[in-house]
Design a protein around this ligand. Sequence first.
Ligand SMILES: *[C@@H]1O[C@H](CO)[C@@H](O)[C@H](O)[C@H]1NC(C)=O
Ligand SMILES: *[C@@H]1O[C@H](CO)[C@@H](O)[C@H](O)[C@H]1NC(C)=O
Ligand SMILES: *[C@@H]1O[C@H](CO)[C@@H](O)[C@H](O)[C@H]1NC(C)=O
Ligand SMILES: [Zn+2]
Length: 420
Amino acid sequence: FTSPMVVGIYSFLRSGSTRNKLLLISFDGFRWDYDRDVDTPNLDKMAQDGVKAQYVTPPFLTITSPTHFTLLTGRYIENHGVVHNMWFNTTTQEKKQYYMTQFVDAYWDNGSLPIWITAQRQGLKAGSLHFPGTAATYKGETVRVREVEPRFYDYSNETDWRLNIDKVIGEWFHQQNLDFVSLYFGEPDLAGHKYGPDSAERREMVQQVDRTVGYIRDKIQEHGLTDRLNIILTADHGMTTVLRDGLVEEIILSKIPGFSFKDIQFHLVDYGPAGMLLPKEGMLEKVYQALKGSHPHLHVYKKKEMPSRLHYSNHPRLLPIILFADPGYVINGVRLCLDSLKHGFDNQVMDMKPFFRVVGPDFQKNLVCGPFDTVNVYPLMCHLLGINPEINDGHLDNTKHMLVPKKNTEGKSQSLLVSL
Ligand SMILES: *[C@@H]1O[C@H](CO)[C@@H](O)[C@H](O)[C@H]1NC(C)=O
Ligand SMILES: *[C@@H]1O[C@H](CO)[C@@H](O)[C@H](O)[C@H]1NC(C)=O
Ligand SMILES: *[C@@H]1O[C@H](CO)[C@@H](O)[C@H](O)[C@H]1NC(C)=O
Ligand SMILES: [Zn+2]
């Protein structure tokens, strides 16, 4: 609980304090090791000037909207409620794809506030460009400065990327003096899906990302913000190769003996390696027994029995049976789904881990650190912005080693506050 008066004092102390601006950038599907087989001079320079984690662990389910919302809230998916890229209604059978789901307020506003809203409530100015969750309204409030991509957007156009960067750095941070911005790019995810994570096209896209990182840092320098702006650069999940073309025994649910879609009231399958089923009344046990152990690379759980380390069990939106496949396999309903997702696997799988880099006045230089879970990015961001976090599943202890040791001035404001 924070009274308006205390918030006012916070802002007053901050205005004369050393709080720096923060830019959170996500490059969708940038796997932790994508810089290994590509020349990336700008990412290398950023690692020298800042901190590089070996990798980070996203929450399960390792797909775009759920994992991005974990970055924004510090909550596991079962706690924030954005359980899938798709909104769905098990009664009407209606499903909305990724883009249209962005506009379903009740889906996103399910009890956890993204950091923009918390920052705004505490007197800061926040913005967001294309970041998942940007379009939604939370407890009657949106991120005040925002841009949502149009319905059919070319997520790969480097010229557009630069125009967006000019807007965020030149207009939002420099002219409008925003404190925090989240910025999203749809690559190298699309190249990874289309051509595979080991393709020349994916490596070329990583070079485009690298040029973009150079461009961002140049723009920041140009606007005199280098010493006043921290950057967190990460992604939502990684990418792996799906085995196809008779190389493996495919998982096709309708071909499993004893299983029938006639026993199913609603299903989410043909969406890569994970799926969910709502059996018809009285059919749960039959469906479960038919699927359990039916394929050596298919994991079948009753919702309540999901491994607790996955934190994907305790939410009313999760359906009674949850399925996920081993790396290389995807879950097909009736026939082979040929453009399956190449992520969504168990978050322990190394290919699902994203990269993580930071640079800026509050961060150490030339430091490589060990991995941590992405729920811990949120408390780090709140700390950098000097705001009180909402209840979350992360802890600053897991990320504070990246920070330069605390300055005295901060200690002073702390004790002043305590005495108030
Ligand atoms: C799903 O549709 C039913 C029937 O129209 C409605 O009663 C229910 O509230 C809907 N649920 C969601 C989550 O929209
Ligand atoms: C979250 O969504 C679930 C199911 O859609 C609903 O039952 C619950 O009341 C919602 N909680 C909040 C806090 O919005
Ligand atoms: C990329 O975006 C720019 C600026 O919006 C546009 O002029 C150009 O035609 C686009 N290029 C492609 C290949 O679509
Ligand atoms: Zn993604």
